[in-house]
Ligand binder design. Sequence first.
Ligand SMILES: [Mg+2]
Length: 261
Amino acid sequence: MIHRLRERKRGVSRLARPGIIWDFDDTLVNTAIFFETAREKYARFMVRLGFPLDGVLETLNLLDIENVRRCGGFLKECFPRAMVQTYVHFCGVNGVAPDPDICGKVEEMGWWVFEQRPRPVPGAAEVLAELREAGRYEMFLATKGDPSVQWRRIEESGLRNFFKKVYVLKDKTSVEYIQIARRHGLDPRRSWVVGNSIKSDINPGLAAGFSCIFIPNPHTWDFEMEDPVGDFVTMESLRGVPGLVLGKTGSGPDEIHEAAR
Ligand SMILES: [Mg+2]
């Protein structure tokens, strides 16, 4: 008992378990592709209205990021609102009055994104099933975004039951990862964070003491880009995760990133 108390004092319990905290969007399911499709459709529509292609997507991106910052999180209205704001902005630049019907139409293009059913990344269910079968790690899902959208997407993905607990968070910083570890008795030194965002998965995971696996997704929003703060493993596909975390022979990371020192 004394031994255990001493360890608790140092913040390390012998009972602390290993776990994996998974990111959801564009790690286990593809969702950024919907935004990209909507942006492309929007750009074509703006060109048809007579606006120059140059600057439309850049302006849309800047206004979207500004909306997210102002809302303090990924609320679903940020993106459709940015589509209207961009149209209004270019109307102003070109000295024409915004048409309310067109405002409604471009807003609809933004809402379309949230009506789509997410498609699991190939291999996601198999990888989660293999890890659950192995039983070595308790698995958690930590996603940020609009709660109503995220909970629906998680249910529709069919992946919900692989996780001991699902967290839909306003933000993912080291604080949230530390809270999850404490709440579930996880030892970060023996646990992993897996995700496609340096800003929301890898850096806060590293800061919270986890080992991290970065699985880049070509559609990741540049809002999620950031310089890494430490060492992590990069994998081309989540299919490599079980081999790495279960320590099977013959499997290893595609790349180990070592932070500049
Ligand atoms: Mg993600």
